[in-house]
Design a binder for this molecule. Structure first.
Ligand code: ADP
Length: 402
């Protein structure tokens, strides 16, 4: 470009090479120098913009690229490109003709587009402002191209955040409706049976039965309130791990005693499997959290089983204690297996309306297991049953060999 200009200039002056110094036409020489300076200034401005500038003719042949456009498109003028060559496949090229028509009626158009880098074939989202003008005697379009990659990423993140917020809003509404139902049911029982208790002619057996119903329902209410408190404590990251020395075998045996009664009354069998001796099973962990997780899993096992058996216990796998609770209950479909660990999630509307629950037990369990540095997962077959597992590091208190 520069060389051609110098040779043209020399032709104008008519004195051949290095004519500037020898020119007999000082005025002409001054004008040429001015022209050169202004051209350099213009070049400097055009190439120092952060946006790319492309000039192309009405058929799309690219006639000019500034430096930023060369970088953005990974292309040079000598590549002889057209607008179509640098447009990604998913662009609707017909839209361009439409836009060019509007631009020719002197309406600047701004569009979002995906350009294709010439050499790397990488796709880049851009915003393009298009104008129509005359340039070197040609009817051309001037396209100013701005890289939108970062903005598109923000946009994507914002949309994801919006979707999440809407989902969570929806979940909270569903949760509140479900919760009102969960709270109202035991509350109604408590009120109803308390009224019956006030009858002074009530037979002692009936009084005993009603009192026991009231206590059961009050306990149910208490557990709902506890779940809500726990989840909000976890949500605000206030919960901590308290490590203490506990005998896991003892904890599991205590749970067995509690759940055996329930199993017996529902004609279910229940077994406990302890993999270590009592001495080896003394470990450092958070007793309250371990008991709460196992209680949640056992309560679910009892809730979703109609007949058959429940087994729980733990195994030592590498350096981990892996606890499990198996039931021969209704099972969980594959697609729901990951979702049920999220807050307020239940496997289906059918489950919600037929089995009740607040969808918090597994979410709380997962958060506890996370705090303990372990993992929780489920293996399940619909109509056959489920096994919930969670792992914690095995930190034995008694280190000497047995
Ligand atoms: P919920 O109080 O609703 O039981 P959870 O968080 O404990 O809340 O469980 C979430 C959902 O996971 C349940 O509603 C149920 O659909 C499913 N689920 C959990 N445990 C079992 C299980 N042992 N068998 C079948 N489905 C289960």
């Amino acid at each position: 470009m520069e060389d051609k200009w110098i040779s043209d200039r020399n032709k104008i002056i008519g004195l051949g090479e290095n004519s500037l110094r020898k020119s007999y036409y000082p005025e002409l020489q001054n004008k040429i120098e001015e022209l050169e300076a202004s051209r350099k200034n213009l070049d400097a401005i055009i190439n120092s913009t952060s946006d790319g500038i492309i000039i192309h003719d009405i058929s799309g042949n690219i006639l000019f690229l500034n430096k930023p456009a060369e970088l953005l498109l990974n292309a040079e003028l000598s590549d002889n490109l057209t607008v179509m060559d640098i447009s990604a496949a998913q662009n609707d090229i017909d839209i361009l003709s439409d836009i060019w028509n509007k631009v020719r009626n002197k309406n600047t158009q701004t569009i979002e587009w995906i350009v294709l880098q010439n050499k790397t074939r990488k796709e880049i989202p851009v915003q393009i402002s298009i104008n129509n003008t005359f340039w070197n005697g040609l009817d051309v379009f001037v396209a100013v191209i701005r890289d939108f990659t970062v903005r598109k990423e923000y946009e994507k993140k914002l949309l994801e955040a919006k979707k999440k917020a809407e989902e969570s809003d929806h979940l909270k509404t569903a949760f509140l409706q479900n919760m009102s139902h969960e709270i109202r049911t035991p509350m109604n029982s408590i009120i109803g049976f308390s009224e019956l208790l006030s009858d002074s002619d009530l037979l002692p057996e009936k009084r005993k039965k009603f009192t026991s119903i009231i206590i059961d329902n009050a306990n149910q209410l208490l557990s709902i309130v506890n779940d809500i408190l726990t989840i909000s404590t976890l949500q605000t990251k206030q919960d901590k791990v308290y490590l203490e020395s506990i005998n896991i075998n003892q904890v599991l045996s205590d749970l067995l005693i509690i759940y055996e009664k329930q199993a017996f009354s529902r004609h279910l069998s229940i077994q406990l499997h302890r993999a270590l001796s009592d001495k080896e099973s003394v470990v450092f962990t958070d007793k309250t959290k371990i008991i709460q997780i196992l209680t949640n899993l056992l309560n679910n096992a009892f809730k979703f089983i109609h007949e058959g058996s429940i087994e729980f216990g733990y195994r030592l796998i590498d350096a981990d204690m892996v606890f499990y609770v198996t039931d021969s209950g209704i099972g969980i479909s594959e697609e729901m297996q990951t979702i049920i660990f999220e807050r307020f999630m239940q496997a289906s509307d059918f489950v919600m309306s037929n089995y009740g629950g607040n969808g918090l037990g597994l979410a709380i369990s997962k958060e506890f297991v996370d705090l303990l540095g372990g993992k929780i997962w489920v293996e399940s077959d619909v109509n056959k049953g489920s096994t919930f597992y969670f792992s914690i590091k095995y930190l034995p208190v008694n280190k000497e060999p047995y």
